[in-house]
Design a protein around this ligand. Structure first.
Ligand SMILES: [Zn+2]
Length: 154
């Protein structure tokens, strides 16, 4: 009986980014080991060792996260690995968790426009109004803000 994969027992497997990235590649499309290594190098400009890739794929298979099929091209036989349904569920959980981690990091570099409340990731506009250094998304928001302040005073 294959074990049901769950998020706890995969954590130890994903102790490094390389393994995480292999899962991301498999999530995109089924692939064979050699092609995974090639994608890895192409996208990250980083070599990945077959001694990491193949045992990892095997571990994933033991945990029923991936399954493989054999593809015959001429003389060559290749193992194509793909995520099982529960492997896909597991991955989308992992990626969501990862995405929320990333967004926490991004939040720190966000500023909020004082006028319209939109989030400004980069290039916010600052203006000192009534002695306060305020953040705006653009000069127009700053102008409207000044206008609002003025009319509320009247
Ligand atoms: Zn604004």
């Amino acid at each position: 009986m294959p074990k049901n994969p769950n998020i706890e027992n995969i954590d130890e497997l994903l102790s490094d980014f390389s393994r995480f990235y292999i899962l991301m590649l498999l999530y995109e499309s089924p692939d064979h080991g050699y092609s995974i290594m090639r994608q890895f190098k192409k996208r990250l400009q980083k070599e990945i060792s077959p001694s990491l890739v193949y045992p990892f794929l095997q571990q994933l298979e033991e945990k029923s996260i991936v399954k493989h099929s054999i593809e015959q091209t001429g003389e060559k036989k290749r193992k194509i690995f793909e995520l099982t349904n529960s492997g896909k569920d597991l991955c989308s959980c992992l990626f969501k968790r990862f995405a929320s981690l990333i967004s926490i990091v991004l939040e720190h570099s966000l500023s909020i426009c004082t006028h319209c409340g939109c989030k400004v990731y980069d290039g916010s506009y600052h203006e000192v109004i009534d002695g306060k250094d305020l953040v705006f998304c653009c000069i127009y928001c700053a102008a409207s803000y000044r206008q609002c302040k003025k009319s509320s005073k009247q």
